[in-house]
Design a binder for this molecule. Structure first.
Ligand code: 5GP
Ligand code: ZN
Length: 117
């Protein structure tokens, strides 16, 4: 997909701090970490988000890799949070499906946050 920053990272056209790679997925550290460990997992194939006909196999490949990537980042023992911002209301800012793995510190309880109200 043209003009997709994560496709460019997957193709090696834009540098990233790679954590893990295989034929189907790439994991790399987030450029603006929100926790001591903040790694993104993406499919190499472009899907805009989870609602983009991803299919069970690809979803299984992406999410199935999360524990291994958490292990590589040293947060498997202490725990970590897994987040997918999916679409407009969730404030997804990069339109290429990605899973956030956040860890390395104790986090606030809960996960649903709203602006205002
Ligand atoms: P979203 O808000 O879409 O769930 O998350 C997008 C994430 O991608 C953000 O946490 C942002 O910091 C990260 N990000 C955006 N552009 C780049 C980039 O060029 N390289 C890396 N490593 N992360 C990026
Ligand atoms: Zn893409």
């Amino acid at each position: 997909m043209d003009n997709c920053i994560f496709c460019m990272i997957a193709e090696g056209k834009v540098p990233s701090r790679k954590v893990y790679e295989d034929d189907d997925i790439l994991a790399f550290d987030d450029i603006a970490p929100q926790a001591p460990i903040h790694t993104l997992v993406i499919p190499k194939k472009h899907y805009s988000n989870m609602s983009d006909d991803v299919g069970l196999v690809a979803l299984g490949t992406i999410f199935g890799a999360v524990p291994k990537i958490a292990e590589l980042k040293g947060v498997a023992q202490g725990g970590y949070r897994v987040i997918v911002n999916n679409g407009i209301d969730a404030n997804q800012t990069v339109g290429h499906l990605h899973v956030h793995i956040l860890g390395g510190r104790k986090m606030a309880q809960g996960m649903v946050t709203f602006d205002g109200e």
